[in-house]
Design a binder for this molecule. Structure first.
Ligand code: UGA
Length: 438
């Protein structure tokens, strides 16, 4: 089947390349000519492990092409996916759907035959209805079914998540839509990936409910970590102790500096707006958003407190080294990264901040104008009064702790991801502070 992917951003590009790898004929359309030019040259607009190779192979096999022309992409396509951005609208936090609706209008004007139009972007409940209305009102002469098919990809693990999904969710209102989507996902059917057919509005809500629930799990364990610190318990053992209960499950129970990224912060906020619009309450999600927002800056205060109790006194004039800036490892994404609030809190207290990140520094530098970027982890820690592990990149999992104790001005390691064993860190000569444990 010919598949057209409108939007060659994170979701569009990963999904398009994976569909091509299944053997479909995929055209990715993007309005940004420089992005398409770079893709033609094999240069990826985002950092995602395995993506460059996947794109190269499928381009070489003639199954994956890129264009700025929507008419070219849509012509003859049996399924047209909308994978454009839905950023938080400035001012009110609602998802900005202008790109989705513009895509729907353009698709309606360019379809050359019957097609299923699929929203893959994360869109609030009712967006599919609006897309359907736009296409109908554009006077499109072909049979069109509008379907919702949310993505559940994690940055850094997106290709594996696409090819071995926990489930595929399809929200369709007619058999034509369902049948076309069965065809699109047939290779995964063969792998016995569970596929869940629902109504369109239900499918749209599943995406938000899933992300809000995961954000809640993280925020819950982060508050339990604070309680562990207060009562002298160990949050990692608490996570293990509750996670072994199958009803709870072990995942997303790692305490840390708060969730960030392009999805949880935006989607939890959009869910609150939807609930408000429908005059209902999602008070748990409201609390999650507030607690998580507060936590990021609180991690800056945690570092300041550790420096004070390490005999350093005033933080003004001291240097703090941040290891890791991206919101999680294996991505260069800096959106809503906890490092932004942590660095700001430290600079507000008068500290100088030096940082190193394996992939994120290019995007981070303009967002953190006062921060000095170092060439590597050891260059960052040289003469630092505190070393803070912010993002758990593999490269930071086996640091030479004795060298840190030797080369930092003060041998203080604040490990916000609980990567190190406290006893080993202390044996290496460090004052070691982590999250939710002694
Ligand atoms: C998230 C979801 O996991 C995906 O299923 C979903 O498709 C995606 O959003 C989306 O809506 O597009 P992602 O934002 O890439 O994926 O990253 P996650 O791995 O979920 O991590 C999100 C944040 O939570 C990170 O800041 C991470 O450090 C934090 N986290 C995660 C924790 O602090 N503790 C945990 O136990 C897990």
């Amino acid at each position: 089947m010919k598949i057209c992917m409108v939007g060659a951003g994170y979701v569009g590009l990963v999904s398009g390349a994976c569909f091509a790898d299944f053997g479909h004929d995929v055209v990715c359309v993007d309005a940004d000519p420089s992005k398409i030019e770079r893709l033609h040259a094999g240069v990826m607009p985002i950092y995602e492990p395995g993506l460059e190779d996947l794109v190269r192979r499928n381009v070489a096999a003639g199954r994956l092409t890129f264009t700025t022309s929507l008419a070219e992409g849509v012509a003859g396509a049996g399924a047209v996916f909308i994978g454009v951005g839905t950023p938080s609208r400035r001012g009110d936090g609602h998802a900005d759907l202008s790109y989705v609706y513009a895509a729907a209008r353009d698709i309606a004007a360019n379809l050359t035959g019957d097609a299923v139009v699929v929203t893959k972007s994360t869109v609030p409940v009712g967006t599919g209805d609006e897309v359907e209305r736009i296409i109908r009102e554009a006077g499109c002469p072909h049979r069109v079914s509008v379907v919702s098919n949310p993505e559940f990809l994690r940055e850094g693990a997106a290709i594996g998540d696409f090819k071995r999904p926990d489930r595929i969710v399809i929200g369709a209102e007619d058999e034509y839509g369902r049948e076309t989507m069965r065809e699109v996902y047939r290779p995964l059917f063969l792998n016995q990936a569970p596929i869940l057919f629902t109504g369109r509005r239900t499918s749209e809500l599943i995406k938000y409910a899933a992300n809000a629930f995961l954000a809640t799990k993280i925020t819950f364990i982060n508050e339990i970590a604070d309680l562990c610190e207060a009562v002298g318990a160990d949050v990692q053992d608490v996570s293990r102790g509750i996670g072994l209960d199958n009803r709870i499950g072990p995942k997303f129970l790692h305490a840390g500096p708060g969730y960030g990224g392009s999805c949880f912060p935006k989607d939890t906020l959009a869910l609150l707006k939807t609930a408000q619009d429908y005059d209902t309450h999602v008070r748990i999600v409201e609390a999650v958003v507030a607690v998580n927002d507060n936590r990021k800056r609180a991690m800056g205060r945690k570092v300041i407190a550790a420096m004070a109790s390490c005999g350093g006194g005033e933080v003004r004039g001291k240097t703090v080294a941040l290891l890791g800036l991206t919101f999680k490892p294996n991505t260069d994404d800096m959106r809503d990264a906890p490092s932004l609030a942590i660095a700001q809190a430290l600079m507000d207290a008068g500290a100088s901040v030096v940082a190193y990140d394996p992939e994120g520094m290019e995007l981070a530098a303009p967002m953190l104008p006062g921060v000095t970027m170092a060439a590597n982890a050891y260059a960052a820690i040289e003469n630092a009064d505190a070393v803070v592990l912010v993002t758990e990149w593999d490269a930071f999992r086996a640091l030479d702790l004795k060298r840190i104790a030797r080369e930092a001005a003060t041998p203080l390691l604040v490990d916000l991801r609980n990567v190190y064993n406290p006893a080993e860190a202390r044996a290496a000569g460090l004052t070691y502070v982590s999250v939710g444990r002694d």
